[in-house]
Design a protein. Structure first.
Length: 220
């Protein structure tokens, strides 16, 4: 079905704006990276147990599955994403957060990124806890959610300006399965899986809703 004239004009304006706009880090992306860096410093990259325990989803050993959360410490549902265990773990996640977070803020807006981080962070943490226990941390579940979102938006809503190289998808999915083998040490594989699925579903639904409305917002 051919595009309506107004839609075609909007598409051309959108593409010109996307190509000409300078790339700059989004404010939420910067804030998330800063929080992870501060937590890494204060926790000594996960080696300061008394600090780490305050951010884990639960310390374990109490009555019930998540006694601290049911006791009112709701932040624990999210805070494991800010923990990193080693400089490579931190740098790897922050580089992907910088790239994927920035493009989402640029094209979908800061609120969209915030919603995705909160939902994917909490659900990937809960999924990891249910299947593997409480001792985990890292932004990688969120990173995989961002990857899934960008992937689906690029696939099903290319007019939005999202683009993801095939090689990146292959590399990240390959890394996902490599981690599952245990060859790279203990990894929060369930958080990766939950995050990826959440991001893909979110991106697919967002692409279809936007396509049905025929709108082409560009936010910076």
């Amino acid at each position: 079905m051919p595009l309506e004239p107004d839609y075609e004009a909007a598409l051309r304006r959108n593409e010109r704006t996307i190509r000409s706009a300078p790339i700059r880090l989004g404010p939420l992306t910067v804030a998330l990276i800063a929080i992870c860096a501060v937590v890494a410093f204060l926790s000594k990259l996960g080696h300061k147990d008394e600090f780490v325990e305050k951010l884990l989803i639960t310390r374990g050993g109490g009555e019930g599955p998540l006694p601290e959360i049911f006791g009112g410490q709701f932040w624990r549902l999210l805070t494991p994403v800010f923990l990193h265990f080693g400089i490579v773990h931190l740098v790897f996640n922050m580089l992907w957060l910088k790239d994927l977070g920035t493009v989402i803020e640029r094209l979908s807006g800061t609120r969209a990124l915030l919603g995705l981080v909160l939902v994917a962070g909490v659900l990937s943490n809960v999924g990891q806890f249910i299947f593997a226990g409480p001792f985990f941390g890292g932004m990688s579940g969120v990173v995989y959610a961002l990857l899934g979102y960008v992937w689906m938006k690029a696939r099903f809503d290319p007019a939005s300006g999202f683009h993801l190289e095939k090689q990146i998808v292959i590399m990240m999915i390959g890394w996902f399965f490599l981690c599952m083998t245990g060859a790279v040490g203990p990894v929060a594989n369930y958080a990766h899986g939950f995050g990826l699925v959440i991001g893909m579903v979110w991106g697919f639904v967002a692409a279809k809703l936007r396509s049905s409305r025929g709108s082409l917002p560009v936010r910076f």
